[in-house]
Design a protein around this ligand. Structure first.
Ligand code: GLA
Length: 388
């Protein structure tokens, strides 16, 4: 969508007049490093070229108005900058509201109201971070329109804070960070413990990133996610009785194996094992990529899926079918769940000449085994949030 198209939609919704700013924040796909970001581990996501667009016009009073092109039936949602509070309302507008509330919590209250229009092109329920992109987008719209000059990294942190406190999802920093800090044709190797990061080129000769949408989203995603997070916290607490570590990400698999018996519950032990081993896989995968060993990168992706399935238990039949069928295709280097799990998408690395076969065979087998249709996106890696 262009800036002019957005402005037209904005004027149709709210009327003429004043300066209208237009912005975009992308969704993300994570290549490897799943459920490590709230455990002080590493992640390796990249920004997509699909995401959420926004237009904003500052008002002179304290009224806030929100409209989503995707949910026209909801009409214009109206609020005030003084009446925002967590847990009060439901619906999509709770994401931008949460970010506005967060600005105040962080010492940057917005001085007046605004009219906001949103349009997103991330498939609903796909797990490609439509909510994080909406949060980062809102942050950028506010920071730019009210001339607050908040850094992109802080906008990512505000988005996460908002999601944790306003929307009740105890997510880590990965999704918002990728949406805010993404760079074209690169993945971000991020240490979530220190927020140090580096960009790694992902324009690979003859290999593409393919995202497969299972078109299922199981309920309980948020509650299961929050449970996994507290299980990891429990594991850390028990380990801290025998070793001085700030997070599970500080342990190597070797030390973990030695200390694991001090975690009493076998389920909690498996959760922690995933977090520790997945962190190592992520570091190894980035090293393999740097050394040009893409085959090894793919094998680590497969191992990641197996660990998410067996130790972390965030997979489901549909995701396992997609991964298993992908593993059978010659020219598919690796395939795994991406994102929180319980549905959503897999991410695969596929040789260009095998993409047609990949889509045909995986699609057919998926329908045969589950009765559902899969959608395939051969993705481009895009830029982080920006003015358009
Ligand atoms: C969701 C969360 C992220 C991350 C992933 C799992 O996408 O928002 O913070 O924890 O799940 O890796």
């Amino acid at each position: 969508m262009t800036s002019n198209e957005l402005k037209e939609l904005f004027i149709k919704t709210y009327g003429e007049g004043g300066d209208i700013g237009t912005y975009f924040a992308p969704g993300r796909v994570n290549l490897i490093g799943e459920h490590t970001d709230y455990n002080g581990g590493h992640v390796f996501p990249c920004a997509l070229t699909i995401g959420t667009y926004g237009a904003i016009r500052v008002r002179q009073d304290d009224v806030l108005r929100f409209f989503s092109v995707n949910f026209p039936k909801g009409g214009i949602v109206t609020s005030s900058i003084h009446s925002l509070a967590p847990g009060k309302d439901t619906g999509w507008a709770n994401y931008p509201k949460g970010v506005i509330w967060t600005f105040e919590q962080k010492g940057h209250p917005i001085p007046s109201g605004a009219d906001i229009l949103i349009y997103g092109n991330i498939p609903a329920g796909s797990g490609l971070s439509s909510s994080a992109s909406l949060e980062v987008l809102t942050g950028l719209m506010l920071s730019d329109s009210f001339k607050m000059n908040i850094s992109m990294q802080d906008l990512a942190l505000y988005g996460q804070f908002s999601e944790n406190t306003f929307n009740g999802m105890n997510c880590g920093i990965m999704d918002q960070f990728a949406s805010a800090m993404g760079q074209k044709d690169c993945a971000i190797f991020l240490d979530t413990n220190t927020l140090e990061y580096e960009y790694a080129p992902m324009k690979l000769d003859g290999i593409r990133v393919v995202v497969t949408n299972s078109n299922v989203k199981h309920s309980l995603v948020t509650s299961e996610y929050n449970t996994r997070r507290s299980q990891c916290e429990q594991a850390l607490k028990e380990l801290q009785e025998v070793v001085d570590i700030p997070s599970l990400g500080a342990l190597t698999p070797e030390v973990f194996d030695f200390l694991a018996p001090s975690i009493s519950d076998p389920v909690i032990r498996r959760r922690a094992k995933h977090a520790v081993y997945e962190n190592r896989r992520t570091i190894d995968a980035v090293n393999a990529l740097k050394a040009g060993d893409i085959e090894r990168f793919g094998q680590l992706m497969n191992a990641s899926h197996i660990s998410l399935r067996d130790d972390y238990e965030v997979s489901c039949t549909e995701m396992d079918v997609l991964a298993e069928e992908a593993w059978k295709i010659e020219g598919c280097l690796g395939s795994r769940i991406t994102g929180g799990g319980f549905g959503g998408c897999t991410v695969s690395l596929v040789k260009e000449e095998a993409i047609d076969t990949f889509q045909a065979k995986v699609g057919e087998a998926y329908t045969k085994r589950t009765g559902l249709r899969a959608d395939f996106y051969v993705v481009d890696i895009g830029q982080g949030a920006h003015v358009i």
